[in-house]
Design a protein around this ligand. Structure first.
Ligand code: ZN
Length: 177
């Protein structure tokens, strides 16, 4: 399985490219925040904080794109069909990979996979770019995602891998239906 699928249509203008990047970063902010809320609900505060921090990095990226383009809000591309062929943006951690007892190690691995997908997405755009301006901009975005990858990797090196049985809860939550 390839880490990312190429977007159905490569951006033809710099506005196109940045609109795609913006949509992707916004989705990443929304998803990381959602995961943080989810972990807070389960009182998994360490992991919640970690996702909160990832959301803040991606939010910086959103701000930077808006500033670079001189956009106040930016175009909001239609959600369907999106600029990518998968149902979710490449930088979004899939909700179904979450576990309420997950350790920071798991969260960081999910974040790492998302950031690697984002980097691969922009690398595809660099390859498909029709002119130098688009290629340069895509390369800049790719380099920033590579920084996120490095950051998550450095963080990951500092957290212990979970022991076996981490997913067993002696006092599991009860859900009413
Ligand atoms: Zn990122």
């Amino acid at each position: 399985m390839s880490p990312s699928s190429p977007p159905p249509t490569p951006p033809r203008t710099i506005e196109d490219l940045m609109a795609q990047a913006l949509a992707m970063e916004r989705e990443a902010v929304a998803r990381y925040s959602e995961l943080a809320d989810m972990m807070e609900t389960h009182n998994n505060l360490e992991v919640a904080e970690l996702f909160r921090k990832m959301a803040s990095y991606e939010a910086l990226h959103v701000k930077q794109i808006l500033a670079d383009m001189g956009w106040s809000e930016g175009p909001v591309p239609p959600r369907q069909p999106g600029p990518w062929s998968a149902p979710e943006g490449p930088e979004s951690v899939p909700i179904d990979e979450m576990h309420y007892l997950m350790h920071p190690w798991h969260a960081l691995n999910l974040a790492l996979a998302a950031e690697l997908r984002a980097e691969a997405f922009f690398a595809d755009l660099v390859r498909q770019a029709g002119d130098d301006e688009i290629r340069r901009a895509a390369e800049e975005m790719r380099a920033e995602e590579a920084e996120h990858v490095e950051l998550v990797q450095a963080w990951l090196a500092k957290v212990p891998a979970p022991e076996e049985g981490w997913g067993e809860d002696p006092d599991p939550p009860r859900y009413e239906d």
